[in-house]
Ligand binder design. Structure first.
Ligand SMILES: Cc1cc2nc3c(=O)[nH]c(=O)nc-3n(C[C@H](O)[C@H](O)[C@H](O)COP(=O)(O)OP(=O)(O)OC[C@H]3O[C@@H](n4cnc5c(N)ncnc54)[C@H](O)[C@@H]3O)c2cc1C
Length: 471
């Protein structure tokens, strides 16, 4: 066997074709669930391949879904994502969309129900779900993606598809197919990952009332103290003075801010405070380092909360999230690349397929800081940012669409990812039904289907009438 130094030549082999489908969705996170549901709506053969044993992606790691409401308080993500929330609500597994001065809105969801309800909906929609299968390669004919190669306990197999939607978050399919991709900021730095964990036995009433009553002691970022007096479900960001005090006393805390999310169950709080700079979410060695270091950081964070933050006196450790949360890896180069200017100028696009409002929110690649900038209203996500350069039969939805590092920090939250997923699913369905490339579908028709099915898009009139954004 002839090899270059440090490499081994893998012998060519015949691979079995496991399945042939109309639309294949890779990745079952917020974008992938919606993409598969939308694509399957009128009877196409749709398959969703997920490397883990459950769907939900980052919706299962204890995070609130941000971005259903816009900066003016109106609901901007509707359609299938709202139908999913309604199903969660029916089993008491979702809160209302609660307005939040910092995050626009938060929708608290119960991670286990996220998995169960999404899976039920996919099964009801006749989506064939395949767990435990990792997309490890692609089948190409010149510039056309014909399918993917999966790797699993059953070995390497092929799934052929007329159109594929890459919802892996890491652009795994697009990258392997040869779509040009970018990684991180100009220096290659990415937002650091976080291993979320959950504490029980927290007196969240004491916590919020302490902030409301003693705002000078318990300083919060951007969210006024009165908010905590009025809301019993919240995301708390701040208490930098307490973090500093604990650091000065010798605790190792890698973030400057306390970030806490109340759970839906009484006494539960999810903690978003581990930070592991320099992790490459596309490399298993680096991910393993992130898991080890994230887990190591929990001890001091827990001590900090119990010793310095009101309401945590009797808190106890419940669980970690099922995996390290990756904020940023690859982004594709698409037919249009969204920029920071698009976000801050509340850009309107003729090919809008979703409306978002979440601010630029960049957790600095190094150090524990964060940059937040709001646009004052909403901005569109254009269809062209979901259409990759150079490769046919492929769409991308979720956090790895075509944006700059800065714009990605805004569109990455889960409500817009879901809306992109719905749009990609409907677009893939149109491409298959009309035997067209995703790049060639009639976007006006896609927009008409989206709005007919309940999604929210801004009319040119409403954009013209909007107030000037505060940049
Ligand atoms: C720590 C942290 C805090 C955050 N805070 C918030 C928050 O409070 N609220 C909010 O709305 N957003 C938050 N975000 C952002 C948000 O969670 C993500 O940007 C969003 O989930 C992206 O959705 P997605 O569908 O693109 O990808 P993901 O949610 O990452 O889902 C991708 C799915 O694809 C699967 N997959 C990946 N590769 C493959 C492969 N090769 N083969 C098969 N399957 C594959 C994965 O297992 C996963 O299920 C946070 C992110 C992190 C990491």
């Amino acid at each position: 066997m002839k090899s270059n130094p440090g490499t081994i030549q893998e012998p060519a082999r015949q691979l079995p074709v496991r399945k042939e489908v109309d639309v294949l969705v890779v990745g079952g996170g917020p974008s992938g669930i919606m993409a598969a549901l939308a694509a399957a709506e009128d009877g196409l053969k749709v398959m969703l391949v997920e490397s883990r044993s459950f769907v939900g992606g980052n919706m299962t790691i204890g995070l609130p879904i941000l971005g259903f409401l816009g900066q003016k308080g109106n609901q901007i993500i509707k359609g299938l994502p709202q139908k999913y929330i309604d199903r969660l609500k029916a089993v008491q597994a979702s809160s209302e969309h609660r307005p939040c001065p910092l995050h626009m809105s938060l929708t608290l969801v119960e991670p286990e129900a996220v998995k169960t309800v999404a899976l039920q909906m996919l099964v009801e929609a006749n989506v064939e779900v395949l767990f435990y299968a990792f997309c490890a390669g692609v089948v190409m004919e010149r510039d056309e993606l014909k399918g993917i190669i999966i790797e699993s306990k059953a070995g390497r197999e092929v799934i052929l598809a007329k159109t594929t939607i890459d919802c892996s978050g890491d652009a795994d399919v697009a990258f392997r197919a040869g779509v040009p991709c970018e990684y991180g900021n100009e220096q290659g730095g990415v937002q650091p990952p976080t291993l979320m964990f959950c504490l029980g036995g927290v007196d969240t009433e004491k916590l919020r009332l302490s902030i409301a009553e003693e705002p000078r002691t318990y300083l919060t970022d951007f969210i006024p103290a009165e908010y905590f007096g009025q809301n019993n479900q919240f995301v708390l960001v701040g208490m930098r003075n307490l973090v500093k005090k604990a650091q000065d006393a010798g605790l190792t805390l890698t973030t400057e801010r306390t970030i806490l999310i109340t759970g839906l169950r009484k006494g539960e709080v999810w903690v978003n405070m581990t930070r592991v700079s320099g992790v490459n979410g596309t490399d298993p060695g680096s991910l393993t380092h992130g898991e080890i270091e994230g887990r190591r950081q929990i001890t001091d964070i827990q001590r900090y909360l119990i010793e310095y933050v009101p309401g945590f006196e009797n808190a106890y450790f419940l669980k970690t999230a099922p995996f390290l949360g990756i904020r940023e890896t690859r982004r594709i180069n698409g037919q249009y690349t969204m920029t920071q200017e698009d976000i801050l100028s509340c850009a309107h696009f003729n090919d809008a397929i979703a409306v978002a409002s979440y601010p630029l929110d960049i957790h600095h690649p190094q150090g524990g800081g964060c940059t937040l900038v709001w646009c004052g209203d909403c901005y569109d996500i254009p269809y062209r940012s979901l259409v990759p350069q150079k490769v046919k039969n492929l769409l991308v939805a979720g956090r790895s669409i075509s944006t700059t590092h800065e714009a990605m920090s805004a569109i990455r939250v889960m409500a817009p990812c879901m809306a992109m997923g719905e749009a990609a699913g409907r677009a893939a369905k149109m491409a298959v039904r009309e035997n067209k490339q995703p790049a060639d579908i009639d976007v006006k028709k896609l927009q008409a289907e989206l709005t007919a099915k309940g999604a929210y898009l801004r009319t040119p009139q409403s954009v013209a009438n909007r107030k000037q954004p505060n940049t």
